[in-house]
Design a protein around this ligand. Sequence first.
Ligand SMILES: [Mn+2]
Length: 311
Amino acid sequence: MTDRIIDFIGDVHGCGQTLGRLLRKLGYQFEQGAYRHSERRVVFIGDLFDRGPRVRLATQIARAMVEADQATWVLGNHELDVMSLVLIEGGQPIRPATQHALKLARATFSDFDPAELLSLCEWLRDCPLFMDQPEWRAVHACWDQHAIDWVRQRFNGASPGTSFSQIYRDEALKKSVARLVRGPSLPLPQGRYIQSSDGVSRKRFRVAFWIDDPNTLGDLVFQPDPLPEDLSEYPVDQDQHSSLPYYAPHLPPVFFGHYWRRGTPEPVASNLVCLDYCAVLREKLVCYSHQPGENLDACHFSWIESVSEWR
Ligand SMILES: [Mn+2]
């Protein structure tokens, strides 16, 4: 795998038509049922499911590429959430379908017939939660070595396989998986909350996992909604800080998604690339084309404006 250029593609969220356009822009050709390229391969960084208008198309493209050995599909939180609602074990769904869970998964459920979605979810059991190559790494939200080691040991590898339901039965495993697919967050001080742009009020905020010595909460925040100004200057509690993972700059580059970035894509640190640029909010579906061994550079990003997905 290491001699090929790797195209890491961020959160597709049902923008299936935009995904096809991005692959063609990168030089992939649709032949024998899958997009293919002789010198490149794709790593989908997760969250192909939910929210957008063409979830089924997006997943058909990705699955066909995986089956043709042209891509790897790294699982995101939205894949895991749908799988846990759809997969049956011991005669019951793994996770009960709450109103909130059904609302998040609505675009996926409405685009598939139930048997087809079940079969896709069964197939996804064998997709990995992370990729750990000598020269690069990929995960949906956060590389936390402790969580990676824990998951690898419990799954005997990177894919849940027949152990999928254990994620919802084993608290330590659940926490580790959540760390990989949702990333770390911190609680706001007592009684405070953030009214975020999606209409939800939150008592926690998402934080970066590569800040060595933060002084204030503002040094750590990594999400679209800023902290209120007074909280931004709030000192970091050292106990809280020591609970967070830290990814050091000498480690291999990590490619991830999940964080709803905006603007012109660029690496977030010398060895970290976030690929989620809000395709499903009519922004960009973003790719980083990595030649293993080379330094990261903003010139290796490419993207498609996703607005035509709705025309
Ligand atoms: Mn996500």
